[in-house]
Design a protein around this ligand. Sequence first.
Ligand SMILES: *Cc1c(COP(=O)(O)O)cnc(C)c1O
Length: 447
Amino acid sequence: MKLYSTNLNAPEASFKEALINGIAPDRGLYMPKSLPRFSKEEIGAFKHLTYPEIAYAVLSRILEGEVDENSLKAIAHEVYNYDVPLEKIDEKTYIMRLDRGPTASFKDFAARMMARLMQYYLDQDNSSLTILTATSGDTGSAVAHAFYGFDNINVVVLFPVAEVSERQRKQMTTLNDNIRAISIDGKFDDCQAMVKQAFADEELKPLNLSSANSINIGRLIPQSLYYIYAYAKLRSFPEEIIFSIPSGNFGNMMGCVLAKTMGIPVKKIIASVNENDEVPEFIRTGKYQKIVPSKNCLSNAMNVGHPSNLARLIAIYGGEIDERGNIKKEPDMEKLRNDIYSGSVTDIETKETIREIYGNYGLLIEPHGAVGIKGLFDYRDKTGDDAFAVTLETADPAKFPEHVRKETGIEPQLPQSLKEIESREENMDHLSAEYASFKEYLKKHFM
Ligand SMILES: *Cc1c(COP(=O)(O)O)cnc(C)c1O
């Protein structure tokens, strides 16, 4: 497997290089040059496999020759040891619940696989790493848990002090050991900018920094697996499927793009966003205008004003965009619009949807999942396209109990993994959004 950089100014990389380095030397994002294509017979045969079996079958083709097959099989079974429920709303609509992992968010799917693959390579080379990750909510906890207890990897998580819920924070601050959590006086975009600057900082080279954000290709590839799983379980060729994906940094959505490239007949990818509507506007007008600062919405893990994966989306359609958001080369907008629909959902609509889905179907969802469902309903209203659709629930409703309680009168049950952290002691550091102080911090603790 060979990977290229979206800035088109870096040498091709192997999967291992892309995984360990995170970002390309030209500061672009890595993308696979090609992916395997699964036949309808192969996808049909997945119907009878479990999630980890499908994960292994797909990954062993994508990573052919990159990872030892037996190790990969063992990793797939160890990291995917939880349910992936497909809940029916009606004949044409299902919710895929990606919230049953140890941190109760969909990010467990990617973080756990990426962590184990990194460890696999580091063990081989007898080397070590420091992972820097910026989070607006769930990335930090999923990444921290995925790497927790590894002895060759340290993790530093930066989060915007005012934008994460108490529970999200506790998931990052109660682990300790090889995990450090820093609350930043700023927004998610500030955290992300600080992490990016640290990667580019020559003086920090000895730390062997790497990223676990959705910019890492090791995060992206595992996010293609559940789309293949959902299709195999719910449909058969040549039936088409629509996926509606609550989106912030657009890593989850890019996973769906990869699944489509690998042969899943995806009729439309719906990228549903909250009031941070820079991507729907871009798709509508062809002009890109990032939102600074990003808006605070109920679906706080999607409060992103300049999604990092946009460069990948644009690259897939033959265009180019730099880190600041300037389009260098126009992508094929017609093809992009044909494949992808993106709509914005307000906070008021988000609350209404939580209420409606409970009232009409007895199902509890939280704000991110509600944005996904409402985005699908809006798409159907607008286009009349009522093809079979799966919408993604990306977090457990118990992570957002206030909203769920207020709209439905129901107290969502805490999963066991979240119950345990309630009583643990929190440990965190606090920094301003200035890069200089973050750099000092890294030097002090890791140099
Ligand atoms: C991260 C996150 C999202 C957004 O995913 P992206 O890949 O950044 O688009 C949606 N919902 C939840 C609960 C998340 O944690």
